[in-house]
Every structure is written in structure tokens, then in C-alpha cells.
Design a protein around this ligand. Structure first.
Ligand code: GLY
Length: 369
């Protein structure tokens, strides 16, 4: 079954979720003459199918291969794509289709945002993380030597195509890391997500079974709906959108300290337990909800602890996080499931005490790399 989630805003768009959906792509691209399909080498076959479909629908199509994962998010790769667009005479009424994981969709979105001050982009995410997070909501960007996503733009796509069949070939640990963002949506806004994950752990930890299951389709739809509700109201992160960063302040610090060798979802998993502990210590969250964080994430094989000898480095990284305002550390915390709030400038003793709670045990059996 195919479902569609509408994302509201200045220019509303649809996120189409289902299986074997390529036929739906021309409908999302809409009016355009030329289309550039951006993809990593590993997805050349998928990109060829996309190009074939677009050509059959009457578009003049071009393909551009970019490096895999974060290697794609550089000024050099963006400049290469601007060159391709220039050589092919792309005008304001042409479009980019980005096929790949979050790095490819961030890059494709950024190049679309900047070419002629903005052309259409349609995102075709092929990883779980990109489907439920990166490709939806209009954040686009590249990295610089100083940090990740420091250059970018809010540029909502014209449409997003989530073909669940693409997930069957994902490595298990990458797939499960993507589930951390799904669980995040459960804790901040949609408790039914948590029930569904708890009831279907075996299916969800096998990418082939999951990709064919109704439960994954429902989870992706629910997670996308959570994101759509938030970004439809607050595209530019003036307030509400911050809740999507639940667990991310501590997660970004881990990623920084680990020199980006941890999977994002694994870091978010520990980060959610950290803020849950922080909220408990601040008197906002019950033991029961904190325990639920640990049990659900552990059942998926995600880490919930981090080494105990990195506090100073983590604190420095958290202070540098771009969500920090002035000198005050700000965290999205919960007062209950689906009840996010902010904790600004918490007492340093609470920050250290929460760290002690996540650095108690060894997490060597969980997915980190
Ligand atoms: N990944 C968080 C956001 O899109 O705002």
C-alpha cells in the first residue's frame, strides 16, 4: 500500500511512502525540462532506472555520480555539480533528483538551493535515516574543514519518494541505527511508535523482513508525520523544530569526540538516554520513562552507554554545538512521552550526574561503528 504524508509550509509537498514506487517520480518532479539525477556510485543501477523512468516521461535527463556518504558533502563536490548544471544549461525551471542516503540528499538539496538561487529538488532517500529525517524538512548543506553542516540552506523539496524496497539491501547495523530516529519521534510526539517497536523487535532488526513488513511502513509513515507536523509549522528552527534535536546535543558531542567514526543513530541512542537521565535528575521525568528509553534502545541492539573518561571533551563539544545559545547549554528534554520541553543552563552537577548514569556499564555488545 502506498501512503502520502503532506508537509505544509509556503510550498507544501508530498512524501510518498510505499514499495516499488519509481512510477510516482514524474508526478513529484512535475513541470521541468531537464533533470539532473545525483547519486553515489553504489546506486548506479537504481539511478539508471530513475533516469529511464524520467526519460520515458519526457524529461531531458542527466546523471552525476558523487562520492559515497560524507565524502560527498564538500565544496568541491558541490562545485562539480554546479559545473554539470552550467554545462547542461540548467535554468530556473529545471530540477535535481537526489538518490541516496542523507549525505546525497543534503548535497543534492544544497546544490538545488544555490543554483540560480534555487531550483526544484526531489529527494529519493534509500536509507532509513534519510527517509525519516534527512530527506524531509528542507535542511540542506555541506561540511567544511571546521565542522559538519556549517554551510547550508533551508530549501524544502518539491517531493520525497520513500521506496521501502530499497531498505532490504541495507547493512543491518546501518538500518538499526536509522531506527534510533524513529524511536526519537516516538518519545517526542507519537507514543504508538514506541508500542510498535516494542512489539516487533525481531522483524525490525532484520532489514529484509522489515522492508517487506507493514509495521515498518507504518513506522516510517508515523515518523515522517511527526517531522511533517513540526517542520510544517517551524521550517527555520525558530522554536518547535528544536524538538527534533532530542538527544542530539550529547550525540553530536560523541560524534565529535569519536571523530565521526560512530554511526549517527548510535550516538543519538546514547544521547537520548543522557537527556532522559538529565530530565529525571532535574525532577521532570519519571524513572519509568527513563527505563523505557534503555529497554527499547537496547532491544534493538543500540548503545545506551558511553565511556566514562571523556567528560571534559564532551562538554567542550556540547558548548560548541550550533544549537547552543550564548554560553547557555540548552537541551530538549521530556516531561513525559510526547511532552517535550526545554532545559536551559542546567546546574553543572546535573550534567555530570547524568554523564555518570550513562557511563556506568560497558556497551561493547551494542552497535556503535
Ligand atoms: N534533523 C533535525 C531536523 O531536521 O531539524
Amino acid at each position: 500500500m502506498t501512503t502520502t504524508v503532506r508537509v505544509n509550509g509556503a510550498q507544501p509537498y508530498d512524501v510518498v511512502i510505499g514499495r516499488n514506487l519509481l512510477g510516482a517520480l514524474p508526478g513529484l518532479v512535475g513541470e521541468a525540462k531537464r533533470v539532473l539525477v545525483v547519486h553515489p556510485a553504489a546506486l548506479a543501477t537504481t539511478a539508471d532506472a530513475v533516469i529511464e523512468d524520467l526519460r520515458a516521461a519526457g524529461y531531458e535527463t542527466f546523471g552525476a555520480e558523487v562520492p559515497d556518504a560524507e565524502e560527498a558533502k564538500t565544496a568541491q563536490v558541490a562545485a562539480f555539480l554546479w559545473g554539470v548544471l552550467g554545462q547542461a544549461d540548467f535554468t530556473r525551471s529545471d530540477a535535481i533528483v537526489a538518490v541516496g542516503g542523507g549525505a546525497t540528499t543534503d548535497l543534492g538539496g544544497f546544490v538545488a538551493a544555490t543554483w540560480l538561487r534555487g531550483i526544484k529538488v526531489v529527494q529519493v532517500p534509500t536509507t532509513l535515516l534519510a527517509m525519516v529525517d534527512a530527506a524531509v524538512g528542507g535542511k540542506t548543506g555541506i561540511n567544511t574543514a571546521e565542522g559538519k553542516n556549517l554551510v547550508g540552506s533551508f530549501h524544502p523539496p518539491a517531493g520525497v519518494l520513500c521506496d521501502l524496497a530499497a531498505l532490504a539491501s541495507m547493512p543491518k547495523h546501518d538500518f538499526v541505527a536509522g531506527l534510533a530516529e524513529v524511536v526519537k519521534c516516538g518519545f517526542i510526539a507519537d507514543p504508538r511508535i514506541l508500542d510498535l517497536v516494542e512489539e516487533n523487535v525481531e522483524t525490525l532488526t532484520d532489514p529484509v523482513r522489515a522492508s517487506e513488513s507493514e509495521v515498518l511502513a507504518e513506522l516510517v509513515e508515523r515518523a515522517v508525520q511527526v517531522k511533517a507536523d513540526v517542520v510544517g509549522e517551524d521550517l527555520k528552527e525558530a522554536g518547535l523544530r528544536e524538538i527534533l534535536n532530542y538527544g542530539h546535543t550529547f550525540a553530536h558531542a560523541i560524534e565529535n569526540v569519536e571523530r565521526y567514526q560512530w554511526r549517527h543513530g548510535a550516538a543519538v541512542s546514547v544521547g537520548m538516554v543522557y537527556v532522559a537521565e538529565l530530565a529525571r535528575l532535574a525532577g521532570k521525568l519519571s524513572d519509568e520513562v527513563v527505563d523505557r528509553h534503555r529497554s527499547i534502545l537496547t532491544s534493538l541492539g543500540l548503545p545506551t552507554t558511553y565511556r566514562g573518561d571523556r567528560w571534559e571533551r564532551l562538554l567542550t563539544a556540547m558548548r560548541r554545538d550550533k544549537k547552543t545559545r550564548g554560553d547557555l547549554l540548552r537541551f530538549v528534554v521530556l516531561e513525559g512521552v510526547g511532552k517535550p520541553t526545554r532545559l536551559e543552563g542546567p546546574d553543572p552537577t546535573l550534567l555530570v550526574a547524568a554523564y555518570a548514569e550513562v557511563s556506568r556499564d560497558d556497551s561493547s555488545t551494542a552497535i556503535v561503528l
